[in-house]
Ligand binder design. Sequence first.
Ligand SMILES: [Zn+2]
Length: 296
Amino acid sequence: MFDGVQRITLPLPTGPKHVHCYVADGTLFDSGLGLGDAPWAEAEVRRIAITHFHPDHVGGAEAAARITGAPVHQGGLDYAQCERVWGSKDWPERMAAWFVRHGTPATVAEDLIVQGHAFAPFIRYAIDPVLLYEGSEVDGWQVLELPGHADGHLGFLRDGVLIGGDHLLRAISPAVGLYPDSRPDPLGDYLASLARTIELAPRIVYPGHGEPLEDAPARARELIEHHRARLNETAAALSERPRTAYDVSLEIFGPDLGPTRRRFAVAETLSHLERLVREARAARAGDDNRVTYTSP
Ligand SMILES: [Zn+2]
C-alpha cells in the first residue's frame, strides 16, 4: 500500500470473508480472528494496537503477542467490554435474556446461548493490555475515540492516514447495535463520530474490510444520510400501539432472517429506536420483562 502501510489480509469463515490487518513502522493494527496461522513472525512487529474488541479484530491478539513478543494496546472502555463479553461465563445467557426482553422469540435467543458458548473460547484477546484513551499516542499515531460500531472503537491517525477499523467501510454500512451494558445511545455516538470524521478529513482511511477510502468525508456524509433515512423509516413504523424492537425489526429488515442476522437486525433497530427516544420522536415503556416503543 502507500504511506509505508502494509496490508495483511486474513480469511474469515463468515460475513465479509476477510479482515485486513495493517503494519506500519513496526506497529500491527488488529490481529484477525486468530483461527489458523497468521504471518506475524515475518512482519517485524514491535507493538500491537487494537481498534475494537469484535472477534475478527481482537481474537488473534494473544497469539500475535506471543509470537512477536510485542505489547498489545487497546482502548480502556473497549478492553472493559472485551473482558465482560469474552471473559465472562454467563454473557450468552444475559445477552439472550436481553433479546427476549426486546420481543425476540425464545428459540432465536436460545440459539445465541449455544453459539455464544461454542465461540467464546476461541476469542483469545490479550490479558492486561496497555490501555489507550482519546489523546493517547502510539509511536506517533494519535489515538481517536470513534464510538458507534463499538462503544470503545479507536482510530489511529498519523500524517492524514487513518487506520479506521470498522468505523468507516466502503461497501457496507458498519453495524451500529444496542447491546446490554453498553453506552445508551450508540447511534448518537456514531453520528457524532461521522461528523468528526468529516472535520478531520483524513487523506486516506485503511479499513478492516474492503478497499481503502480516499474520500472519507463523502462516505461519512453518505452514512449519516443512510441512518437519517433509517430513523425516519423506524419512526414511521411506530404508532400508539406498543411494539417491541423485534416487531419493528420485522418491518424494517423483513421477516425472512436466520437467527444470527435477526439478532443484528434487532440490535440495529434498537439503536435507532433509542436515538428516536432522545429526539422525542419515540417513547419507551416497559419493565424487566418486556420493553416496547410507541410514537410519542
Ligand atoms: Zn470487523
